[in-house]
Design a protein around this ligand. Structure first.
Ligand code: NAD
Length: 278
């Protein structure tokens, strides 16, 4: 297997461009899934307080025998903990659950413009504390629209290292990607397979047949060639191994373009401008 490329974040830190997501993996199944992923070569795990499985992610990393520095770990602030004191407590809880002294990346999970008086700026300032203390090596946001990012830009000191947004062939997010590109914010794509919903698409199926790869591999490769950071989720060992096996081929530019043209601006998840976090 060819090695996974790193992306250089705006603070100089390296993040593996490809990783493993654990949303909706039951706590009882999480350690086994993460162990399978680490054995298959994944070195980047994406979890969140709200997934309820941080402790099991930490357990699998501890059991793997890998040094802490070899695995890039991301977690996210609970939607119920945006007030500064709550955020400090939640961050402590995340470190404790994961059994680590620092996170590689900590994100505001959702902007929640209709809660907390719409003040995600004070929440961001609290994340800036974690960064300055070195307990979060990088900090970023998730589900932020360009107008949310513009406000952070105007009112705070540290530019988010990443913005993690829903992104797949039916939601290519060209506007958010362009804004982030101009401001040195790396873009992570959640639900990179559209939760599996894009895999039956005839264009993707025909490219997969031609490439001798599976539809999931073609979609993940499309993300990699577009420069997105992705971490597909699966609990099935064969799929966990299949999804990382995308570094020995390249899609022609025309295929990348044809997949990009499938965009329908179709979300599987909530609208960040409306979502209140429950
Ligand atoms: P995904 O696009 O990774 O899809 C996962 C689903 O696709 C699986 O449940 C399975 O049904 C299917 N699948 C996976 N591999 C396959 C394969 N090889 N062949 C066929 N089907 C396959 O969706 P996701 O889990 O929602 O997103 C990935 C990660 O993104 C999450 O685990 C989480 O870490 C992150 N995420 C973040 C947010 C956020 O708000 N920040 C929201 C959702 C997800």
């Amino acid at each position: 297997m060819t090695s996974i490329p790193d992306i250089r974040l705006n603070n100089g830190q390296a993040i593996p461009q490809f990783g493993f997501g654990v949303f909706q993996i039951e706590p009882k199944d999480t350690a086994a899934a993460v162990s399978t992923a680490l054995e298959a070569g994944y070195r980047h795990i994406d979890t969140a307080e709200m997934y309820g499985n941080e402790a099991e992610v930490g357990e699998a990393i501890a059991r793997s025998g890998l040094d802490r520095g070899e695995v890039f770990v991301t977690s996210k602030l609970s939607n119920d903990a945006h007030e500064p004191d709550d955020a400090r407590q939640a961050f402590e809880g995340t470190l404790k659950a994961l059994g680590t002294e620092y996170l590689d990346l900590f994100l505001i999970h959702w902007p929640l413009p209709t809660r907390y008086g719409g003040d995600y700026v004070q929440t961001w300032r609290t994340l800036e504390e974690f960064y300055r203390e070195g307990r979060a090596r990088s900090i970023g946001v998730s589900n932020f629209q360009p107008h949310h990012l513009r406000r952070l830009h105007g009112e705070t000191e540290i530019i988010p290292a990443v913005n993690q947004i829903e992104m797949h062939p039916y939601l290519t997010q060209d506007e958010v990607r362009a804004f982030c590109g101009e401001h040195q914010i790396a873009v992570e794509g959640w639900s990179p397979l559209g939760k599996g919903g894009v895999l039956a698409d005839p264009t993707i199926q025909s490219i997969a047949t031609r490439a001798g790869k599976t539809p999931a591999q073609v979609v993940l490769r499309w993300h990699i060639q577009r420069g997105n950071i992705v971490f597909p989720k699966s609990v099935t060992p064969d799929r966990i191994r299949e999804n990382i096996d995308i570094f020995d081929f390249e899609l022609p530019a025309t295929d990348v373009e044809d997949i990009t043209l499938l965009n329908k601006n179709e979300r599987t998840g909530p609208d960040p401008d409306k979502f209140a976090g429950q």
